[in-house]
Structure formats: structure tokens, C-alpha cells
Design a protein around this ligand. Structure first.
Ligand code: UDP
Ligand code: MG
Length: 313
């Protein structure tokens, strides 16, 4: 039977942890009893440099039941880094790993479906929110906009999927080949490939405590997501530069006609043409330099160039 690990990043979550532990304990026991998972399965809390009693709580859980274990990070590094730290730490001990938030917003009853899909041969199972009814109008629409922009920028992400997902051991192995420092797991996991599927679930409200993602962090996250995956913004300026340079040629013709007709004051023609021509050329040049910087940027990521799915011996 396969070993399941749940990986849960926690940052100042002392208000929710007791309840989370209680519910997960029940869930894990049910799954073990139903012989869906191995009895050596575990729940791993990753303490992301919390300033409250989160780590003390995790230690206590571990003492009371070996099903609970923890990873303590040296300092706060943010959700994505904490999650990756957890995944990479447990990947050799588990056959499948599910990542979820500490605040019980992700419906833990869909874990059964995750495991079923895994047993059907899927290496990645994405939890997808079926609706955003409970979100505020603002969050719902900014989130929607975010997915749209990402799509336009050519970043492959699963619509309405946060970081609630199951990954198999080999999917985690593949993820470990991505050496990039700017983490945006939602964009990285689809790059791994393998067979995957999605499972719908209803996202609840935060059980207790408050969101660790205020607007400022949310915007930074979205911006990071775009700039770590796409060099399209750079290319945009390249094309804008070319476009403006062509405009300058039209303006040159227009200005010359006006000049020949004598309908202008002295200096207007040369000023007009140089503003447009120089502006266009400059943007064009920045765009070209940007193309190279974009390439350097992509190279420095040292992403794997391929990932082997099956190896016939
Ligand atoms: N989190 C973390 N480090 C941080 C911020 C958040 O590990 O610096 C964790 C947090 O404890 C939670 C998850 O990331 O388990 C998602 O955070 P939150 O629920 O606050 O985000 P929201 O659901 O409001 O988007
Ligand atoms: Mg939350």
C-alpha cells in the first residue's frame, strides 16, 4: 500500500493548528482503516519561521502521535518556499504527497478522490475550486484577472487551482530538477508533464486566524508569477519600438510635405522627426537588449531540458 504524506506550510497559525490536527488525524485514520493508504503515512507541518507558538504546537503533536511530524525552517521564506522545502524534504519517504494550507480552506474530504486518481495512474492531481462564491467580490475578480493575464503571457497554469494538489514520487523527483530561485509552483508543476487530472472541490472560509496574503503580497505574487515565467513583457517593448519607428517614417513624410508647402515654423520638422525617430529607435534598442537579457535570465534558471517519463530496460 502506498505511503501518503500531507505537507502543510504554516506561518503564525497557532489559532488553527489544533483544529487542523484533529480533523486530519480523523481523516488519516479513516483512510488507513479503509486500506487506502499505508499505516506509515504522515502529516508534515512546515513551520515557516512563525513568530507565535506554531512550532511548539507541532512538537507537541509529534510527541503525542508519530503520525505527525514537522520541518522547521530557519526563517520566514514565504508560502512557496516553505511548501517546496516540505515537498523536497519528504519526497524520499513518501509515494505520494498532498500539499494543502493549514487553515482548512481546502476540503480534506476530496483526499479520497486524489488517491483514487493517483491509483488510476495520474502523477499529478490538481485540486480545482468549483466556485468562488465565498470570496469577496474584489478577490474573486482580481483572481480571475490574474489567470487571464497569465494565459495571455503564455504561462500554462491550471485555472482556479491553488496549491492543493497531489504529486507522485516521480513527479516530485522531476520537480527537484527545477533549480530556479523565484518559485511559482503553480506554473512549475505543469511543466513537469506526466499524466494529470483535476478534482473539483468547494473552498471554505478560513477557519480561524487571518489571511497571510494581504493585497500587497497578492500583487507581488502575481507579478512574480508573470515575470518568472514569461519574457513577453520585454518582447512587447521590442514590438512597440519597431511600431513607433515606423510611425516616425510616416511622420517624416508628413512633416516634409508640410515643410515643402511652407506651412510650418522653422525647426518644427526636424524636432518632430527626431522625437519620433529617436524614441522609436531607443525603445527598439531596449527591446533588443531585453531579448538577450531574457535569454540570459531563462538560462540562469537552469531548468531541466527534459524529464524522462519511462525508461525501458
Ligand atoms: N504561509 C506560509 N508562509 C508565509 C505566508 C503563508 O507558510 O509567509 C502559509 C499559511 O500558513 C497557510 C498558507 O501558506 O497555510 C496559505 O496562506 P493563507 O491561508 O494566509 O492565504 P490565503 O488562503 O488567504 O490566500
Ligand atoms: Mg487560506
Amino acid at each position: 500500500m502506498d505511503i501518503l504524506y500531507l505537507v502543510i506550510p504554516c506561518y503564525n497559525e497557532e489559532a488553527v493548528l489544533d483544529e487542523t490536527k484533529k480533523r486530519l488525524e480523523k481523516k488519516m485514520k479513516e483512510l488507513m482503516k479503509a486500506k487506502k493508504i499505508n499505516k506509515y503515512s504522515k502529516v508534515v507541518f512546515v513551520n515557516d519561521g512563525s513568530k507565535d507558538k506554531t512550532w511548539e504546537k507541532i512538537l507537541k503533536f509529534h510527541e503525542s502521535n508519530s503520525m505527525f511530524s514537522g520541518v522547521n525552517l530557519s526563517r520566514n521564506r514565504g508560502h512557496q518556499n516553505a511548501l517546496l522545502a516540505g515537498l523536497m524534504t519528504v519526497k524520499n519517504d513518501a509515494d505520494m504527497v498532498i500539499s494543502m494550507d493549514a487553515d482548512l480552506q481546502d476540503d480534506i474530504d476530496v483526499i479520497d478522490q486524489f488517491i483514487e486518481e493517483y491509483k488510476k495512474g495520474n502523477d499529478v492531481v490538481y485540486g480545482v475550486r468549483s466556485s468562488r462564491k465565498k470570496d469577496t467580490f474584489f478577490k474573486r475578480n482580481t483572481a480571475l484577472m490574474f489567470y487571464r493575464i497569465m494565459e495571455k503571457m503564455g504561462v500554462q497554469i491550471i485555472y482556479n487551482h491553488a496549491d492543493y494538489r497531489l504529486m507522485s514520487k516521480r513527479a516530485l523527483e522531476a520537480l527537484s530538477e527545477f533549480k530556479e530561485v523565484n518559485l511559482f509552483l503553480r506554473g512549475m508543476v505543469p511543466l513537469i508533464g506526466f499524466s494529470y487530472t483535476t478534482v473539483l472541490y468547494e473552498r471554505a472560509e478560513r477557519f480561524a486566524g487571518e489571511s497571510k496574503y494581504p493585497l500587497k503580497k497578492m500583487l507581488a505574487f502575481a507579478f512574480d508569477g508573470i515575470t518568472s515565467f514569461s519574457i513577453k513583457p520585454i518582447r512587447f517593448f521590442l514590438f512597440l519600438g519597431i511600431f513607433i519607428f515606423f510611425c516616425s517614417l510616416i511622420i517624416l513624410i508628413y512633416a516634409l510635405i508640410r515643410y515643402i508647402n511652407g506651412a510650418v515654423i522653422w525647426g518644427w520638422t526636424s524636432l518632430m522627426v527626431s522625437i519620433w525617430a529617436l524614441g522609436g529607435l531607443q525603445l527598439f534598442a531596449i527591446g533588443v537588449i531585453g531579448e538577450y537579457i531574457g535569454k540570459v535570465y531563462m538560462e540562469t534558471k537552469q531548468r531541466p531540458r527534459f524529464i524522462v517519463e519511462t525508461y525501458l530496460k
